[in-house]
Design a protein around this ligand. Sequence first.
Ligand SMILES: Cc1cc2nc3c(=O)[nH]c(=O)nc-3n(C[C@H](O)[C@H](O)[C@H](O)COP(=O)(O)OP(=O)(O)OC[C@H]3O[C@@H](n4cnc5c(N)ncnc54)[C@H](O)[C@@H]3O)c2cc1C
Length: 431
Amino acid sequence: MDADVVVVGAGLAGLQCARRLQRNGLTVQIFESSDGVGGRVRTDRIDGFLCDRGFQLLNPAYPAVRSFIDVPSLDLQAFGAGVMVRKGQRLTTLRASLNQLGTEVSALSSGMLRPKEIRGLLRWLGPTLLRPSSASRATRDSTLADSLDAARVTGALRRDVIDTFLAGVLADSTGASSANYARLLMRSFVGAIPGLPRNGMAALPEQMAASLESQVHLNTAVRDLRETDNSVEVDTGKGRIRARFAVTAVGAEDLEELTGEKTPSTRGLTTWWFQAPEPPLEDPLLVLDASAPRGGPDGPVWHTAVVSNAAPSYAPVGSALIQATTLLDRPDGLADEREVRQHLERIYATSTRQWQVLINHQLPHALPASAPPLIDRSVQRISERMFVCGDHRDTGSIQGALVSGDRAAQGVAGILAPAPRRSNNEPIVKR
Ligand SMILES: Cc1cc2nc3c(=O)[nH]c(=O)nc-3n(C[C@H](O)[C@H](O)[C@H](O)COP(=O)(O)OP(=O)(O)OC[C@H]3O[C@@H](n4cnc5c(N)ncnc54)[C@H](O)[C@@H]3O)c2cc1C
């Protein structure tokens, strides 16, 4: 046997799975088709700028992040708490102390929003904030749009802030995503302020890979997994190896080809990264546009931010880095650079003539679709010797990927039952 377990894919799920297996005394070989670890969490370094492959934030409140990641060594640069909302000529800042609901409410009532609307938001979100997350999962689920209607979340708060913000976060402007998932996401924002590691989001998987006992085999796409009576034969394209178990930790789009499991549907987005000689504003906040006549953005950009305001390490001194996120679910297809620039000029009320595109990341499978009912903790053992994991088996998030990888490893280790080197309840990092 060449290894106890083969792990296919070195995204966050595969890395966490491999780490947990090794901590349980098992030998692991990890194969990754691309040229680096991290999957959807990678960073391009371009002319001194850090451009994550799709704008995303690390939320230190995620329980799995707290348990498995050495957060202090990532040196997180926090985004500001709150958002800015462009509506026609007006740019409103909604500051929020996300640690205290009361403060958040008073912040949200800053002129643009009415008490009736805030009461609706509390009806929708309050119970999720007050009870354990497992209870929120058990609550009957519906689409986000239906649940907001039912809670009577209406008016400008609904149209201009909640719908626009969540569309960008869920890569879904239709409101068809799971309400329970949206509430869990909002709950995680209340728990802490997300941020960006000093060395880019890639620092997260790099930290995880550094603690592995064996090297990840990069540029090695597994072509086939075949189960026999007492092993799994793995065709790595460079040869065949045998292991007692295999865990497939690929993204939703690659799952079916390798395992025969049905492809989970996904949602896509693009991130445009611009460099500018100076920031168009000073705030370290996400900026939404709600200038369309019926609310929501009057152009292709669902959210944008001067990333270097929050994370100075993302841009060389004397320049600014701006991200603009568009969704792929719009009927008229991909937005082009001209359209994105024109929209950004309206949002920031400034010319973008001196801005330069550093890169445009197009991510058709950015997130699993998360339709209701929310089924996290999906079955991971698909046959006698094969498991699957990944965010599509939990929630479409860093938290979901980490939990899923850890859960698959515990499943395998439970069967192979070697003496654990340390308890599974013991944190993997010192806190
Ligand atoms: C733009 C964007 C924004 C996001 N924003 C956030 C956010 O703000 N907060 C948050 O919590 N989450 C966010 N997410 C989601 C989060 O990044 C993902 O949920 C998580 O990274 C998924 O990890 P994974 O390990 O499940 O899958 P992946 O990262 O997709 O890893 C799968 C790996 O398998 C490899 N692979 C595929 N086929 C093979 C093969 N045949 N052989 C070997 N290897 C193979 C792939 O190359 C890849 O490395 C965002 C994602 C994107 C794209």
